[in-house]
Unconditional design. Sequence first.
Length: 185
Amino acid sequence: MTGYLRNYQKEAANVKEQLNSVLTLSVNGKSFDLSVGAGVHDVSPSETLVQTLRNRLGLTGAKIGCGQGACGCCTVIMDGRAIASCMTLTLDCEGTEITTIEGLADAATGQLNELQQAFVDNCGYQCGYCTSGIIMTAQALLDEDPCPDEVVVRDALSGNYCRCGTHYTAVDAIMACVEKKQKEV
C-alpha cells in the first residue's frame, strides 16, 4: 500500500470518527453544543466558522465577503488572534474561545466597548459591511498592543478591504480610541 493511500485512509477514518459526535463551541463567553454529521441540522466537516456563526448561532456581524480570506469581512477573534472565519473549519474550533463583534459590547447593558464607541463617535464606517471585520482586527491589535502608532494600525488593517474607502476614518477612529486610553493612564 502506498503512503498516499495510507494517509487517505487515516483522514477518512478521522472524518468518520467526527461524524455523529457533538462539537462544543465557546462563543462570546457562551457554550454551544452542535451535532456533527451529515444531517440537515448537523455541522458538516466542511462547514466554515462564519457559516456556523451566521446560520446556526444567529451571529451575523461577521460577513461573508470574498470567501477566500482576503477581504477581512469575516474576521473574528479566536484565542486572542484575529482570524478569517471563512477559512477556518468549525470542527477545528473546539477548545478555543471565539469572540465576535456581538461579544464586544457589555452583555448586560448593551453598551458598546470603547473601540466600537470610537467608530461611532468618529464616523469610522460608511456602508458598514466591512466595519465589523475592521473592528475585530483592531480589537485583537489593541488587546496585544494597547498603544500602537498609526503605522502599526495601518499594517494591522492591511488584510481588511473596504470598497467605500473608509480606511482613513477607520484609522482615525482607532487612533482616537488609543489616544483616549493614553489620557486615562
